[in-house]
Design a protein around this ligand. Structure first.
Ligand code: ARG
Length: 396
């Protein structure tokens, strides 16, 4: 009789490598690995490792374009930044991983999917709630949550089975995709300790950044960045380009103690050069093109949107409804933003939009002024009426 199949989300690291034999032994099943490129991944070498550690089949998928178009750009348009600090790179990648897992499980006839998340984090929730929404009948197995092995145990377990594992891992737990890099654990767990330089990989230390600033011009169409310095770029290239450029100026470092969904506070180090620049630029363009009321309501929606993403509720009608609102707000968010990168800072220094609500002839103090000064008098009289009334009637 053919064996049952389990589809494992495979990163090539120690945890998921050890998970391959562990699943075979403990679930008496064949394991198929699936490696997903959301940026920064050498798919072929990880695929080979999947086979070396015992997978019967090793699959790969390039998810970058889908990540950008269906997850990153909508979150950018929404202004989604968790707790005003974290642009949500990891959190935005997880629902897409869940989607690819569900699809591959179906096409391969697997009865279960497995992932390498621990039992303390948000990622297990995001993947499993995602699977619940997309393929509710699919069983989910979380070996790391189940097996109770320490890192040393895992290495021993792997060595006993002759797995070609690489135990010289980074000191930190790292997750990366195009939108950013997340690092946690190790010495970062002491929130009083300044993060060591080794915690960073995408951004230069201040002392290594150029003395001279760099200027960038970003063009947006309907709230989506489409050009940098006059050059049209597809999303993946545009984001990668900005990661390199802004990273070289030390832009995009975040040191945050955040509130996890599972109730723990945790200290996280993020690097998100492109996301930092794009959020700043996008928001600047909205200052020209949205009314005060739109901007304020949108800021509330942004917070809700960030919570929804962070808390693993991507595949919900609530998120779709928020997206519908956000998309509607973007219909005039077209124009250019000029940004200055310098010594760890990203500053918006110019913005323009063909349909800007900012009108020079209304704002100016020079001769071309068209604002009706006389009308201000009547406005103040009516506007101040309740204040005068209260003073008359209720003074003393
Ligand atoms: N704290 C972040 C989040 O919940 C990042 C998690 C990163 N995961 C990791 N294995 N390092 O989205």
């Amino acid at each position: 009789m053919a064996k049952d199949k389990i589809l494992l989300a495979y990163s090539g690291g120690l945890d998921t490598s050890v998970a391959v034999p562990w699943l075979q032994e403990n679930y008496n099943a064949e394991v198929i690995t699936l490696t997903i490129d959301l940026g920064m991944v050498d798919l072929e070498s990880i695929r080979q490792r999947g086979l070396q550690v015992g997978a019967v089949k090793a699959m790969t998928v390039d998810g970058r374009e889908t990540l950008v178009n269906e997850f990153l750009f909508p979150a950018l348009q929404a202004g989604a930044i968790y707790e005003e600090k974290y642009p949500l790179a990891t959190a935005l990648g997880r629902p897409l991983i869940a989607r690819y897992l569900a699809e591959a499980a179906q096409s391969e006839g697997a009865y279960a999917v497995a992932h390498g998340c621990t039992g303390k984090g948000n990622d297990q929730v995001r993947i499993e709630v995602g699977i619940a929404a997309l393929a509710p009948k699919l069983k989910v197995i979380a070996p790391i949550r189940e097996w109770g092995m320490s890192r040393e145990d895992e290495i021993e377990y792997g060595q006993a089975r002759n797995l070609p594992i690489n135990a010289s891992q980074s000191r930190f737990s790292v997750d990366e995709n195009l939108w950013g890099r997340s690092a946690e654990a190790g010495e970062l767990e002491d929130p009083w300790q300044e993060p060591p330089e080794e915690a960073f990989a995408w951004t230069k230390a201040l002392s290594d950044t150029p003395m001279d600033p760099a200027y960038l011009e970003i063009h947006f169409e309907l709230g989506i960045p489409t050009q940098v310095d006059g050059e049209s770029m597809a999303g993946i290239d545009l984001i990668s380009h900005l990661n390199t450029l802004a990273g070289a100026h030390g832009v995009g470092r975040v040191d945050h103690v955040e509130n996890r969904l599972v109730g723990i506070k945790s200290r996280e180090i993020y690097e998100a050069p492109a996301a930092t620049v794009l959020h700043a630029a996008h928001q600047a363009l909205e200052t020209l093109t949205l009314t005060k009321e739109q901007a304020r309501t949108k800021a509330k929606i942004a917070q809700e949107y960030a919570d929804v993403v962070y808390n693993g509720l991507w595949f919900t009608h609530h998120r779709q409804d928020l997206d519908a609102y956000v998309r509607s707000t973007q219909r005039y968010v077209t124009g250019d933003v000029r940004v200055r990168l310098h010594r760890g800072t990203c500053m918006v220094v110019g913005r323009r939009a063909p349909q800007a609500l900012y009108q020079y002839h209304l704002a100016t103090y020079d001769r071309s002024d068209q604002f009706d000064h006389a009308a201000a008098e009547g406005f103040i009289s009516i506007y101040g009426l309740p204040v005068r009334t209260q003073n008359q009637v209720q003074s003393g």
